[in-house]
Ligand binder design. Structure first.
Ligand code: SF4
Length: 319
């Protein structure tokens, strides 16, 4: 299944998600990633699946659903999909829908990636660092991607692209939230000249257990130093579309593999299917694991344990 949702999005309203790549396939393995550690770290673009199959599913789901954007996002980096430009063009033409791409921006140095994204209405790249050292600490990129290559790709894209660029900066306590780091991020952001900048903080369980959100004062400092920055620190609200899932178990596993679910969200899914006790059984069977982050309890699909360090596995299993 390539298409999911519509799901509530903090920036896009209601978003019909499209994942054209295999799970955890990315050019980065960010310390804050809510999917856990990347298992296929690559910088090579590929046709992972038949493009016609992906398009058929987008059109079928798109014609049956109400949403604000069709969002190409992936359980990893969507620009690794060689057919992304074709999929965006066909989606726009056939559904007359607005399209967005959530990308880490690492491959924008490639001309074919910039050409693929030029038909999207909104492109939402990440920029979490203003120098090589912090880039390596936070994003842990594939060895072919340096900070300068990534940043110049973003700058080149800005020159060519007529749509909206909404840049996202993820702040992590003690890593990129000091005045010095924020000033270097601000300098890089100015070079890209995005239409909007969102400052976000980790709200769901991260790949590395030491990742924490900055103190409120540092978020305010980021807002002051980074031009146009708007903070988003609250979780999204809104309901998940459950029509595509056969039963509560399938819904919990499929939505949860892309969007770690809080206890209250899982209870809503159980109640929508008029069932109870499913979650307890899934926990006992190891299909779900419980983890706490920032005072909230999340239930993650058991396969999230793959790619975790032994320490993280033990920490999660112990809960
Ligand atoms: S946060 Fe995004 S860019 Fe970073 S590893 Fe996860 S999927 Fe890749």
């Amino acid at each position: 299944m390539y298409v999911y949702g519509p799901v509530p999005s903090r920036r896009l309203g209601s978003s019909l998600g499209v994942s054209p790549i295999p799970a955890k396939t990315c050019t980065y393995t960010c310390v804050y990633c809510q999917l856990g550690r990347t298992t296929d770290l690559t910088s090579v673009r590929q046709s992972f699946y038949k493009k016609e199959d992906i398009l058929d599913e987008i059109l079928a789901r798109g014609r049956d659903s109400q949403f604000d954007y069709v969002t190409f996002v992936g359980d990893g980096e969507p620009t690794l999909c060689k057919n992304l430009g074709w999929l965006i063009e066909k989606t726009r033409k056939n559904l007359r829908a607005r399209t967005a791409v959530i990308t880490n921006g690492s491959l924008l140095f490639l001309e074919d990636v910039r050409a693929d994204l030029k038909h999207a209405d909104v492109v939402m790249p990440t920029l979490d660092a203003g120098n090589e050292r912090t880039f390596r600490t936070v994003n842990r990129p594939h060895r072919n991607i340096t900070f300068d290559v990534m940043l110049h790709g973003l700058v080149d894209f800005r020159h060519d692209y007529l749509g909206q660029i909404w840049l996202e900066v993820m702040l992590i306590k003690g890593v990129n939230d000091t005045e010095e780091e924020l000033r270097s991020i601000a300098k890089a952001v100015d070079m890209v000249a995005p239409d909007r900048v969102y400052v976000v903080t980790p709200i769901r369980p991260p790949a590395e257990s030491w990742v924490n959100p900055p103190a409120p004062d540092n978020i305010i400092m980021a807002q002051e130093l980074i031009g146009k920055a708007m903070p988003i620190v609250d979780p999204e609200s809104g309901k998940f579309d459950l029509e595509e899932h056969g039963d509560a178990r399938q819904a919990i596993l499929e939505i949860g593999s892309r969007h770690p679910l809080r206890l209250d969200q899982i209870a809503e899914i159980e109640s929508a299917y008029c069932v109870s006790g499913i979650v307890g059984q899934m926990l006992r069977d190891g299909e779900l694991i419980r983890t706490d982050y920032r005072g909230e309890t999340y239930l993650l699909p058991g396969h999230f344990l793959r790619g975790q360090s032994n320490h993280a596995k033990e920490r999660r299993l112990a809960k």
